[in-house]
Design a protein around this ligand. Structure first.
Ligand code: COA
Length: 294
């Protein structure tokens, strides 16, 4: 009988890292009102940080701030801003400084997405996603950099893996996220000498997110024993949150200019002619199939 394939555990960062590693620190997170960025914010707060979450919808931000404050015992406040509007971001930063006096960590996470072919997408649709993702990241960096220099802080940009290959109906996001990756690399090199780090987290398919439900008709896939993933399951919000805690922590003090896919290794998988994972777990079972054919 073939051995059972491995399935990666889902864990909390507080089971691995000390609870107060971010005590006195302040996080500024765009796109923090929901989804992946909300759970990244929660994880950082669970280690003692206070947070400001930034987005367009004040009612959602207010509700999320309340939830995160109650869940973590730290303080989270909302700041309404569209990342396409530099002045609104500057106002959000001013609000953060007024409330907390500093910014140590920035998550550039605000993003826009929908499925559309090149043929079926208007020029304005393409431009809109570039403006939110790429220009929005630049605007966020510009607005926060003086404070991140002062605290010798750190950036995490939320990108994607879909632009590593040609993903149909994702030309706008692919172009936008490639720009975000490049921006982070330059930021790491320019600002490293001032003590500022910049890294990218590139989530693969993450279950239960708005992105997954928009981009895939298999909304939430099976979390245990999914043979499409080398680590046996699709991503969990906690996988991204844990990488966030690591990258902001002193354990990552020598890590900058990196792009870290959180995808269970799936990006490296090619379509494999033999049954997977049986062929690697139990080579005997596929012996007949790999016999040379004359
Ligand atoms: N297919 C094709 N084009 C679309 C589209 C879709 N599903 N959604 C928006 N567009 C186009 C619009 O038609 C418009 O182009 P036009 O002026 O030529 O008609 C352009 O994109 C701007 O759209 P608009 O809705 O006016 O912009 P917005 O700034 O209010 O919102 C988004 C842009 C991307 C944020 C919006 O589409 C959205 O709400 N997306 C879902 C939320 C989201 O992306 N969350 C992140 C999940 S990863």
């Amino acid at each position: 009988m073939s051995p059972e394939p491995f399935v990666a555990i889902v864990t909390d960062s507080t089971d691995v890292f000390k609870p107060e590693i971010f005590k006195g620190k302040v996080l500024f997170c765009t796109g923090g009102g929901s989804g992946i960025c909300k759970s990244m914010t929660e994880a950082v707060m669970r280690h003692g940080a206070n947070a400001v979450i930034v987005g367009r919808k004040l009612d959602r931000l207010t509700q999320t701030s309340k939830e995160l404050s109650e869940a973590t015992g730290q303080t989270c406040i909302p700041a309404q801003a569209d990342v396409r509007q530099p002045q609104q971001l500057k106002d959000a930063v001013a609000k953060t400084i007024e409330k907390f006096g500093r910014i140590d960590f920035v998550i550039c996470g605000a993003a826009g997405n929908f499925l559309a072919s090149i043929d079926g997408m208007s020029e304005n649709a393409f431009k809109t996603v570039i403006e939110i993702d790429t220009l929005g990241t630049f605007n966020t960096v510009k607005a926060t950099l003086p404070h991140i220099r002062a605290s010798k802080g750190s950036y995490i940009h939320v990108s994607a893996t879909l632009h590593y290959k040609g993903t149909p109906y994702q030309v706008h996001v692919s172009a936008a996220k490639a720009g975000v990756d490049a921006l982070s690399n330059v930021l790491a090199v320019e600002e490293g000498p001032r003590g500022v780090r910049s890294n990218v987290i590139a989530p693969g398919p993450i279950g239960g997110t708005e992105g997954m439900s928009r981009l895939s008709n298999q909304t939430v896939r099976k979390e245990d024993g999914d043979s499409r993933y080398p680590l046996g399951r699709m991503g969990h919000l906690k996988d991204v949150a844990n990488a966030t805690v690591f990258l902001f922590s002193n354990a990552a003090s020598y890590v900058t200019g990196q792009i870290i896919p959180i995808d269970g290794g799936v990006e490296h998988m090619r379509t494999f002619q033999l049954p997977y994972p049986r062929a690697v777990l139990d080579p005997e079972s596929v012996k007949e199939m790999i016999k040379p054919r004359l």
